[in-house]
Design a protein around this ligand. Structure first.
Ligand code: GDP
Ligand code: MG
Ligand code: ZN
Length: 290
């Protein structure tokens, strides 16, 4: 009997990493039928058959799980946003951060490709996020800037690299782990084709006991699983303000502390407008369900 972590799943086979070795395993039918299939990221007890294979006996407790990509036991979402090429997409940033707040997963922002902006114009918007309390890292995979600091932070964590296609996620992973050769894409041809290459998801051990998930599947993240009354607190700076109604959605209610704070310049206008757009999306979905 051994303990390991599922790092990859393909067509009913689970690839388990234990003490530096990979075992190809099947899961016994029993617990799959109970409606809890094993996921990438799960820690498991498995029986070793030989030095390449085994079968899963038990899933250990799951601390959390995210959908799209489906992965368990995530310690951190690292939201990669390029300084330039492509330009930052703020509604996407706020969408991912809100999802992380809802799932209680820590998140950080990594501004990539800073070599493309010598004037540091990105500081105009990163200030908004660092003021709220998000940790921001600044990197260039090209010049190898900021990689060591990021690496230090990632130690002993399982992390999802989230971010639009072309922002430099794979390049970042390659810079963190020299020798890793994740495919780096060419932005323009990707945008032209507009297709998402479907790939299996895989956790990559970049440092001892530190994993990253480099995934193309984060682009169409929907927040439709969130209840609208749980949504305001997903914008964590809103929580410091009091409103007349405790279930205030900060839209058009009277005596809304959040709206006062937006008007006073204490809450960023861009964050507030993105909040309203995303809230609207959630409300629309709830209406369709009714
Ligand atoms: N100038 C510059 N270009 C970068 C940097 N990192 C990645 N790129 C380029 O950005 C494009 C997309 O990179 P890739 O890592 O495939 O992005 P992904 O789609 O997020 O995985 C490629 O053409 C890379 O060469 C960087 O730090 N500086
Ligand atoms: Mg990539
Ligand atoms: Zn309010």
């Amino acid at each position: 009997m051994a303990e390991g972590k599922i790092v990859k799943a393909i067509a009913g086979y689970y690839y388990i990493l234990a003490e530096g070795k990979i075992y190809e395993c099947r899961a016994r039918g029993l617990f799959k039928l109970k409606g809890k299939p094993p996921l990438v990221g799960d820690n498991v007890i498995f029986k070793i058959i030989d030095d390449k294979s085994g079968y899963i006996i038990e899933l250990l407790d799951r601390k959390n799980q995210i959908k799209r990509p489906t992965v368990a036991n995530v310690d951190l979402v690292c939201l990669v946003v390029s300084a330039r090429m492509p330009e930052p997409n703020f509604i996407f940033i706020d969408r991912v951060l809100a999802m992380c707040e809802h799932e209680s997963i820590d998140s950080i922002i990594c501004v990539s490709k800073i070599d493309l902006d010598r004037e540091h114009e990105y500081e105009k918007w990163t200030k908004i996020y660092s003021n709220i309390g998000y940790k921001v890292f600044y990197t260039s995979a090209k010049l190898n800037t900021g990689i060591d600091e990021l690496k230090e932070f990632l130690l002993n964590k399982t992390m999802v690299l989230a971010g639009n296609s072309g922002v430099g996620k794979s390049s970042l992973a390659n810079a963190i782990k020299p020798g890793l050769t994740l495919k780096v894409g060419d932005v323009s041809s990707k945008l032209k084709k507009g297709i998402h290459t479907t790939r299996h998801i895989e956790l990559i051990e970049i440092l001892p006991d530190s994993f990253i998930l480099d995934t193309p599947g984060f682009n169409e993240l929907s927040l439709n699983f969130i209840n609208k009354y749980d949504f305001p607190s997903c914008f964590k700076e809103f929580n410091s303000y009091k409103c007349r109604f405790s279930n205030c959605l900060h839209e058009s209610e009277p005596d809304c502390g959040v709206k006062y704070a937006v008007n006073a310049g204490e809450i960023s206008m861009s964050r507030y407008f993105n909040y309203l757009k995303l809230l609207n999306e959630i409300v629309e979905v709830e209406r369709e369900v009714d």
